[in-house]
Write a protein that binds this ligand. Structure first.
Ligand code: GLA
Length: 733
């Protein structure tokens, strides 16, 4: 007879719900969210396996029958579906952990010892499962932080060396999932500068597909940490079972997706172990970053709305707050400005009607002035000829104009032509005996060194201390790491990539203790850095330097699966050929900014911008906090459509664009809206109208929610109306 010792990590009624007691027998550990269950089992030998991850069952006593209804080939090892695969003993597939013990032995076997749960807050339960090697004094605690309402599981491992000597971790994943389905389709992303988030979907074949990065910094440049796996068939917005995965880590990462010989999918995600064997001294622990995942059996749309809700509630800094619209001077001036020019731009900021002026690159360094991207990084003193009265006078001038002031920094970096490099060559990441190799003419500072951490903290802290009115930071990171070598780490070079990230998080943590709410943008020479660990410290990220609005529709679309629109910093620039209205409409699908020469705008363009910024201020709460619906996919249709609807289902805003200029293209068919109350009545009204244009949308007509969701609406998109923003409002009874 099977006796079940059970823990249910969900539901107040079931909390602490331990039934049965026979530890020798099977222990079932269902980790349950509002829709799903991840069921772990400690079998008769105390191997901890994943026996199920899917829709939760009403009767949790039935989980134990799941393995018996599959008739796949045999598991010779008993650990093929391990919840954390240890290498070197019975395992035959990709491990989650490999270790070299103090005595040189390379074997590891992890057996279930105990599990416990803690209710950390309403809607947050932490389940911790302790595993131990029966031969070596080596322990791993698997942590599952569960946010039941949003179906999110955040998983990480704590690895402890209790042996008498040093051990070396050769692999140390955060999580190891095991899925069963009749086929798996991977949705992955690749990219480069100005080409971020290019999607690819493919059916996984047997063997291992690896998504990884070894760039050291800005590690998402070629491939981000996020992905999706559809099960049984490719999921759509509205249908299908899909797993979302996101490693919350800004350094080198690696996710292996292994379709094994039984046709099951094993997903192992964590820090990339490339060049990173990590020595743990006796008594030391290694805490992995967390892997965040959720399953949806209602398609990609539901999954992304769950993830957005979780991100705003628990992860993104100030996720429930507001954001500042801004005017940036990067593309307007590049490095070529001085105090009087900036003062004009401050007036333009006011004229435009945005909240803040953002001074970009080029304001610092004296011996090697930052007049192009070849010098000055590291010398964070105001350039005396450009800004003789310092940043302070600009902050004052901004205040006089009734706007806020923000500034660009790239504090992790150093130019070879800089005083910083001359003074502290040992602070620079470089192979001492090799020729330097540059990315955007610059090198990276060695954040594994506590002195460098102090310096980087000091750069930002100093700006705030000298300019208490400073209201915003754009934190950039343009270079990857070549010649990864730290003068500080001496013989422990294999710790470098990990210690760099620890150093970075340490600095960000210190800054956030001192400046908990100042908005900061996470930028990385375009994108290349956004992830859910970094977003603990940042209020927004920069999706791409590519601000051509047509391209941005696609880039923002893909990012929107994983990150909420409130975090997406979108600027109107002169990239692309679209009119100002089109550019602004696209930028309004997130946190709106401008990077244009206001004085070059025609009278109508300026009038349009001033008016639309007012409208944006009135509806931005919908974009920031509403439920996001991808209604029409630009990759599949001539018209792209994206909606944000509030939780009360009483108002929403819908963005629609022509993405195909062929003859006769436009909104031929209606677009089905989502997220409304079918029984309520709604009106549609066009916003963002360019001066002198009239809307063909009849704002007096009333439609039921049912009509708008099953028949649809027509934004009247055509080659003469290429972008249309509609407000949907419930008719008050
Ligand atoms: C990076 C950023 C840009 C701009 C420049 C400044 O490329 O992505 O927005 O700040 O650096 O050098």
């Amino acid at each position: 007879m099977i006796s079940i010792r059970q823990l249910v990590c969900y539901g107040f009624a079931l909390l602490g719900g331990v039934t049965g007691s026979n530890l020798e027998a099977q222990t079932l550990i269902p980790i349950v969210t509002s829709n799903n269950a991840l069921v772990l089992e400690a079998g008769k030998n105390n191997d901890l396996s994943v026996i199920y991850f899917g829709k939760k069952l009403a009767n949790d006593q039935e989980y134990k029958f799941i393995p018996s209804v599959y008739n796949q080939t045999s598991d010779y090892s008993d650990v093929l579906n391990a919840a954390y695969t240890a290498s070197g003993s019975r395992n035959l597939v990709e491990p989650a952990i490999s270790v070299v013990h103090a005595d040189g032995d390379r074997s590891l076997d992890l057996r279930y010892v105990k599990h416990e749960q803690k209710q950390l807050a309403e809607n947050i339960v932490l389940c911790s499962i302790t595993l131990k090697d029966p031969v070596y004094d080596f322990q791993v605690v698997l942590n599952y932080k569960v946010y039941p309402k949003q179906d999110i599981i955040e998983q990480w491992a704590v690895i402890k060396n209790q042996e008498k000597g040093n051990i070396v971790l050769e692999k140390f994943a955060s999580a190891n999932l095991h899925l069963k389905a009749k086929g798996f389709w991977l949705n992955q992303y690749h990219g480069d500068w100005a080409k971020e988030m290019q999607p690819e979907e493919s059916k996984l074949t047997h063997g291992i597909k690896t998504l990884d990065s070894k760039l050291g910094t800005r590690t998402n440049l070629f491939q981000p940490t996020v992905f999706m796996v559809s099960m049984n068939k490719p999921a759509t917005e509205e249908e299908g079972t899909v797993l979302y995965g996101a490693l919350a880590y800004s350094g080198n990462f690696r996710t292996d997706l292994e379709l094994d010989y039984q046709d099951n999918l094993r997903i192992i995600s964590g820090i990339n172990n490339y060049a990173s064997g990590y020595t743990l001294k006796p008594g030391e622990e290694f805490t992995t970053p967390s892997f965040i995942y959720l399953l949806s059996d209602k398609g990609k749309g539901f999954a992304s709305r769950q993830l957005h809700d979780w991100a705003r509630d628990y992860r993104l800094l100030d996720g429930k707050g507001n954001r500042l619209s801004l005017l940036n001077n990067w593309e307007a001036t590049y490095f070529n400005f001085n105090e009087s020019k900036l003062k004009e731009l401050l007036q333009d900021t006011k004229k435009l009607g945005v909240d803040l002026f953002l001074l970009d690159d080029g304001w610092f360094a004296n011996k090697y002035p930052r007049n192009d991207d070849k010098a000055g990084l590291g010398d964070w003193q105001e350039n005396r000829s450009k800004l003789p009265n310092g940043v302070a006078s600009l902050v004052r001038e901004a205040t006089n104009n009734g706007v806020k002031f923000g500034i660009w920094v790239e504090p992790e970096m150093v130019s070879p032509k800089s005083e910083l490099y001359e003074k502290h060559p040992d602070w620079v990441v470089k192979e001492p005996a090799r020729q330097e190799h540059y990315f955007r003419n610059q090198l990276v500072l060695d954040l594994s060194n506590p002195k460098v951490q102090d310096f980087v903290f000091g750069v930002v802290d100093g700006l705030f201390t000298r300019n208490p009115g400073l209201a915003y930071i754009k934190w950039d990171c343009n270079a990857v790491i070549y010649n990864a070598h730290s003068a500080y780490l001496g013989k422990d070079q294999s710790h470098f990539y990990i210690e760099y990230m620890r150093g970075l998080y340490n600095v960000l943590q210190r800054l956030r203790v001192k400046y908990p709410v100042v908005p900061m943008m996470l930028c990385s020479g375009g994108s290349g850095r956004v992830d859910y660990e970094a977003l603990k410290y940042f209020t927004e990220y920069w999706p791409s330097d590519n601000t051509d609005p047509l391209e941005r529709i696609y880039i923002q679309w893909e990012y929107s699966y994983f990150y909420p629109a409130i975090a997406s910093a979108n600027h109107v620039t002169d990239w692309g050929r679209q009119p100002i209205k089109f550019r602004t409409d696209v930028a309004m699908m997130g946190k709106l900014g401008f990077d244009i020469v206001v004085s070059h705008l025609s009278e109508n363009d300026l009038a349009y911008c001033r008016q639309v910024i007012k409208e944006y201020n009135a509806f931005r709460h919908l974009v920031y906090q509403g439920d996001q619906y991808r209604l029409a996919d630009p990759r599949k249709e001539a018209v792209a459509s994206m909606a944000f609807v509030n939780k009360e289902r009483s108002e929403g805003v819908i963005f629609n664009y022509l993405v195909n200029n062929r003859y006769g293209e436009g909104s031929v068919y209606p677009i089905q809206l989502r997220g409304l109350d079918p029984a309520a009545m709604y009106r549609l009204r066009e916003l963002s109208l360019y001066p002198g244009t009239k809307s063909p949308i009849d704002s007096g007509r009333q439609y039921s929610g049912e009509f708008l969701m099953s028949i649809g609406f027509n934004p009247a998109i055509s080659t003469s109306r290429t972008s249309v923003v509609l407000k949907v409002e419930k008719v008050k009874n």
